[in-house]
Design a binder for this molecule. Structure first.
Ligand code: CAA
Length: 265
């Protein structure tokens, strides 16, 4: 599909933003293609997604500055909404989405990575929100997700200064979970995605929903009610019955330990 490639390996889907001449910058066409690919993922058979950028230099170097340079106020707001709508879709996508950040993750690139469940990075990855230097605010959720992820003080420093940070600093402040040499990034992301894909599918989906929807609540009391519902929803599923039966079989006879192949539910 145009600017976005998609391939499936077992139960893991790999989405690659492919506009390397512009360091995978997000123009309207790339956003449209990404939306079409995401909406086309068969979440019955694919249980974890990875999003990365083509090439070894850039994940996504931001929203397309050429396209934005002539926008009016109303067009600017509409462009922000286009990105925000898509990134909200990724954030609440039913299966986990891992960002494999293989280089520049600037502006809209960092914002795309932050809409994923978590981020793995290559050693050459660079993160930042350069918008203040371009005369705009972050526009695809950066002011909100960065503050929620790393805390408002650190987010404000990064956004106000428009200063980029390297992968090791991104790890130190909790923006990325792990840093790998470039060649090991995608294999590591695939390995992690396969582990996730090997767990009970309804349980994994409900864990994602519980964390995301619970965090959006104002109080812990309200948030645990979200969890209660999703916890209850797991019961009577194949994953719950087989996962627990497997544990109980193990107790009787450790030799009976079998890896549960969770069917699609
Ligand atoms: N938009 C459009 N084109 C971009 C781009 C972007 N965000 N980032 C890079 N490109 C293009 C360059 O214009 C260049 O194209 P040409 O070869 O046609 O000139 C090509 O990609 C290669 O880039 P450079 O020659 O600049 O590569 P470099 O290695 O010297 O520098 C870089 C790399 C530091 C990432 C630099 O390209 C850069 O600073 N890019 C802009 C980063 C940025 O400011 N991103 C935020 C955008 S605003 C935003 O995202 C708003 C929002 O929240 C929605």
């Amino acid at each position: 599909m145009g600017f976005v490639d998609y391939e499936v390996e077992g139960a893991v889907g790999l989405v690659t933003i492919n506009r390397p001449k512009a360091l995978n910058a997000l123009n309207s066409a790339v956003l449209d293609d990404l939306k079409a690919v995401i909406e086309g993922v068969d979440t019955k058979t694919v249980r974890c997604l990875i999003i990365t950028g083509a090439g070894d230099k850039s994940f996504v170097a931001g929203a397309d500055i050429g396209e934005m340079s002539t926008l009016t106020k109303a067009e600017g707001e509409a462009f922000g909404k286009k990105g925000n709508d898509l990134f909200l879709e990724i954030e609440s996508f039913p299966i986990p989405v891992i960002a494999a950040v293989n280089g520049f993750a600037l502006g809209g690139g960092n914002e795309l990575a932050m809409s994923c469940d978590f981020r793995l990075a290559s050693e050459n990855a660079v993160f930042g929100q350069p918008e203040a230097g371009l005369g705009i605010t972050p526009g695809f959720g950066g002011t909100q997700r960065l503050a929620r992820l790393i805390g408002p003080g650190m987010a404000k420093q990064i956004i106000y200064t428009a200063r980029n940070i390297k992968a090791d600093e991104a790890k130190r402040i909790g923006l990325v979970n792990e840093v790998y040499p470039q060649a090991e990034l995608i294999p590591a992301a695939k390995k992690l995605a396969s582990i996730i894909a090997g767990n009970a599918p309804i349980a994994v989906r409900n864990c994602k929903k519980a964390i995301n929807e619970g965090l959006a609540k104002n109080t812990t009391a309200e948030a645990v009610q979200v969890e209660e519902k999703l916890f209850g929803d797991c019961f009577e599923s194949y994953g719950q019955k087989e996962g627990m039966a497997n544990f109980l079989r193990k107790k009787d006879d450790p030799k009976k330990v079998k890896h549960v192949a969770f069917i699609d539910e």
